[in-house]
Design a protein around this ligand. Structure first.
Ligand SMILES: [Cu+2]
Length: 276
């Protein structure tokens, strides 16, 4: 069993204490899934991959057969057949059935990304040219999040992906995510969490998130939004509930000026009063 021991030792060496979801050189495939949504996407991807591989093999084999079997030297007098009703019905109906089989789990997955009524907290992400700002409406916390420049990069930070103020989220908690923009179209995308939601000025898009393991998850703006589009990364820091509570407390004890001002409700004018 020596090979098992070596295998285990290699795995332990490669294992990192904290999960960091970043792209790697020569990576193929997705970043490891860290949310139910991304697990669903990876699963769907695997199903479709099998289907398309089978179709490509079948069509490739048929083409090869036709090219060899009906080549000019082997088949000098070609048949004049132009229609074959049964064959035409079969090659129309089978692809439709395949599409229906793909569409059912695909739509189910798509609908599951929508609102989650069981969300216990809310985080709002607002896109700006060119940074993100985050709000925790229930806790009256709001702050901006800028990319760390190359010259300021610390050893544990990732170039073009680390930010000064990440989003802090507790693990195993269903979080409602609201996404909007203050200027142009942006898109809030974090691959390992399976999230990509357009940030549209004047519109509030909603989705949800439930992170399974503690770690750092990186994403980027996924909608071409101007010259610094590639320099407004997203860093989601998933922490334990205790660490999250401690972070909330540390934010709440900050001086009042640092917190966003409560918006003054605009006076409501009754339509009848307006007519007078
Ligand atoms: Cu953007």
């Amino acid at each position: 069993m020596w090979f098992l021991k070596i295998g285990l030792a290699v795995m332990l060496l490669l294992a990192r204490p904290v999960w960091a979801s970043v792209p790697h050189p020569w990576q193929i495939g997705f970043q490891p899934a860290a949310s139910p949504m991304m697990e669903g996407i990876a699963h769907m991807h695997n199903i479709v991959l099998v289907v398309i591989a089978a179709i490509a093999l079948l069509v490739g084999a048929l083409m090869a057969y036709v090219m060899v079997r009906f080549r000019a030297s082997r088949n000098p007098v070609p048949t004049k057949t132009a229609h074959h009703t049964l064959l035409e019905v079969v090659w129309t109906v089978i692809p439709i059935l395949i599409l229906v089989v793909i569409a059912i789990p695909s739509l189910k997955l798509l609908f599951s990304f929508d609102k989650d009524q069981q969300a216990t907290m809310t985080v709002k992400a607002v896109g700006h040219q060119w940074y993100w700002s985050y709000e925790y409406p229930e806790k009256h916390i709001a702050y901006d999040s800028y990319m760390v420049e190359d010259k300021d990069l610390k050893a544990d930070q990732v170039r073009l992906l680390s930010v000064d103020n990440p989003i802090i989220m507790p693990v195993d908690t269903t979080v409602r995510i609201l996404v909007t923009s203050q200027d142009v179209l942006h898109s809030f995308a974090v691959p390992a969490l399976g999230i990509k939601k357009d940030a549209v000025p004047g519109r509030l898009n909603e989705t949800w998130l439930r992170i399974g393991k503690i770690g750092d998850y990186y994403g980027q703006c996924a909608e071409l939004c101007g010259v610094k589009h590639g320099f407004m990364p997203i860093h989601v820091k998933a922490v334990s509930q205790t660490d999250y509570d401690a972070w909330i407390q540390s934010r709440e004890t900050k001086p009042k000026e640092a917190q966003p001002k409560e918006e003054q409700p605009s006076p409501v004018i009754h339509p009848k009063e307006q007519e007078k």
